[in-house]
Design a protein around this ligand. Structure first.
Ligand code: HEC
Ligand code: HEC
Length: 222
């Protein structure tokens, strides 16, 4: 049933697959700043998270009938003047209202969150969501989209990762070229992506070499 919802959402958004719906939701959540406090999957380790992981929220509300509308309301209004749902489990007392989120987005985000499964997959195993979270946490999604933005009115800031994959799939040693662009930026290079609204990519100095390689492998696999 939940799976159907996300498929319906995918169709609604003119996209083919649930995976694309996931991309879209992750991008929305990233743009709206949700990942400043939340993660998708439960983090293991001693630290108390700022906010509940989406997988834990899904688990907790899975049997509640009106969960999607309840959570959409929580997302819009925040949780400041209500009893704390996650008392003792998170490091922040309440969620502030998410003022930039529209009611439609809040419903979509709530429905999507409710489909997230707590996975038993070890952290090293790279999942699509893991990759998007990694890209989000390293700030890539602030400029890049993942999937093609056919119907956007705007010139995108940066190429989508799908377009990068398409352009480089036939070239020689694309990994080294892309790693160099990501780690050092493209400021002193010839502009490669004329249809983007930013002249160059700044260096990403806080990104580890390992994360950069993981991201490049993923981008090239798209
Ligand atoms: C500033 C930090 C922060 C941001 C940004 C934030 N949240 Fe939260 N969120 C929290 C905290 C803290 C809680 C737990 C509140 C509680 O215990 O009542 C929470 C709870 C939730 C819940 C569960 C509500 C409940 O009643 O159990 C959902 C769903 C949620 N957030 C979604 C989102 C979405 C979607 C976004 C982005 C649009 C977002 N949050 C942005 C901190 C944040
Ligand atoms: C401030 C905006 C911004 C951020 C943040 C950003 N990029 Fe970029 N990125 C760009 C722009 C703009 C281009 C196109 C540069 C050009 O036209 O030469 C680009 C190009 C790329 C390319 C293609 C490079 C090439 O040589 O063709 C890849 C791959 C890429 N970015 C990955 C990433 C990853 C991974 C991250 C996160 C670690 C990231 N970017 C963060 C703006 C950004």
């Amino acid at each position: 049933m939940k799976c159907l919802n996300i498929m319906a959402l995918a169709t609604l958004m003119g996209m083919g697959t649930a995976a694309h719906a996931t991309d879209h939701m992750l991008e929305t959540a990233t743009r709206q700043g949700c990942f400043i406090c939340h993660s998708v999957q439960t983090k293991t380790g001693p630290a108390v998270p700022l906010a509940p992981a989406y997988a834990d929220i899904a688990e907790r509300f899975k049997d509640q009938k009106d969960a999607a509308s309840y959570l959409a309301g929580r997302i819009l209004k925040g949780t400041v003047d209500t009893p704390q749902d996650w008392e003792g489990k998170v490091n922040m007392r309440f969620m502030p209202p998410n003022v930039g989120v529209t009611p439609e987005e809040a419903s979509q985000l709530a429905e999507w969150i409710l489909t997230i499964k707590k996975d038993a997959v070890p952290e090293e195993v790279i999942t699509r969501e893991g990759m998007l979270t990694l890209a989000a946490q390293n700030g890539c999604i602030a400029c890049h989209g993942v999937s093609k933005t056919k119907d956007s009115h705007y010139i995108p800031l940066a190429p989508t990762f799908h377009d990068v994959a398409e352009r480089y799939k036939a070239s020689e040693n694309p990994k080294a070229v892309l790693l160099d662009s990501i780690m050092h930026g493209t400021v002193d290079k010839e502009k490669k992506w004329p249809d983007t609204n930013m002249r160059f990519m700044p260096p990403n100095p806080s990104l580890s070499q390992q994360d950069a390689e993981t991201l490049v492998d993923w981008i090239l696999s798209l």
